[in-house]
Design a protein around this ligand. Sequence first.
Ligand SMILES: [Zn+2]
Length: 479
Amino acid sequence: MTTAPAAEPPADLSDVRDALAARLPVHRADLEALVRIPSVSAPGHDPAAVRAAAEAVRDLLAARGVEHARVLEVEGSHPAVAADHLHAGPDAPTVLLYAHHDVQPPGDPARWTSPPFEPTERAGRLYGRGAADDKAGIAVHLAALDAWLQARGAVPVNLRVVVEGEEETGSAHLDALLARHAADLDADVVVVTDSMNWKVGTPALTYLLRGLVDCVVEVRALDHAVHSGMYGGAVPDALTGLVRLLGGLVDDDGAVAVPGFADDVRPASAQERDRVAALDFDEQAFREEAGVLPGVRLVGDPAATVLERLWARPTATVIGVDAPSVAASSNTLVPSARARLSLRLAPGQDPDRALAVLTDWLRGSVPWGLHVDVTPGARARAFVTDPSGPAAEATDAALGRAYGRPAVHIGVGGSIPLLEPLQRALGGPAVLLTGVEDPDTRAHGIDESLHLGDWHRACLAEAYLFAELAARGVRRGGA
Ligand SMILES: [Zn+2]
């Protein structure tokens, strides 16, 4: 662990703060323009919309004074965008700002209170797919650098910007992007604005994310459907077989039951446990945020706290099933059925090993000799940083100053597959994971929304962060 040099407090930043406030309507309009583009990166959605979002981001970066704004092409991938503003001199740190312009599918638009791609304000929140995750992150970067350029015509750090286009599908072409464009991303510090605050008004620096393995499992029993009365009872069906198989993924508590799956989980250190214990976690509020129905129990190892289950334990979840719908069903034995599984990985777990253990277990556990195929999907390691050292201290200072409340250090159960390989490819810069989401955001869900007050504070915090990093002279590898 490194110790920060005694930092000079940044000079009075009221001009930067005021410039940001004056321009907030402009940044809000930029954000709304991005939300109107249905840039869903998932297969089956129009890739032209993701490209349109990339081009819109490029144009916004250029319009706000960032230089060399360009679309980065990687074959077979949705385009990313890069830009830079490298005028703070060789003694100033270089900071890479990351966000993503692609979004999750909206689900059934009829279930949204207002249409998913029409940004709509209600009670201080902006609703729309991507309004928080992560088009608000793009708008934070735009607002922070614009505030400095408006107020002083200069930024106190050297800036690079990268806005990815396939984060929501697991950043599958990241290695190719890094291989081709590593020089465009080189930085002392990476600011990833794609996480969340602890609560509305309480800012957070995220130091832990879980990893991820996802796959599709298909079970086949018959080469055609047959009458369930004439054959049922002797001939097996694929759907019942699939349900029996999937039921074994978890134990009675809902914790992962696949033998050996969790063997490589790294136990939390005493310091990590203390950090979690210091947070004011309210289980009832958590249940309400998640919409857990009355009488429904929380799942997972009862010996672990809820936050440990969310951040430091693996999970196994069935997130989709292809089988005849109830409306289209008939009295037949279903010949084949498939499900998509999503497994979150704890710190220490190797995604390739996790997938291999899971695949072997699925093949060995399917009943009645049914045929099983497993098609692997996204894979990512957990991402764990030490939230101390000069870059983290700079972030704490900036967040505390912008929100008027001390920042807390949190884990998040979700995954950003990009982070671990990005940090490795760039030679170990500090990665500062911040964000605008809060427990009511419903990222990836129906009625996703952004708390507009916290978004303003997040923009301000990032503008202050540039000054705090510059004041500390933060460089790659600590110091
Ligand atoms: Zn995101």
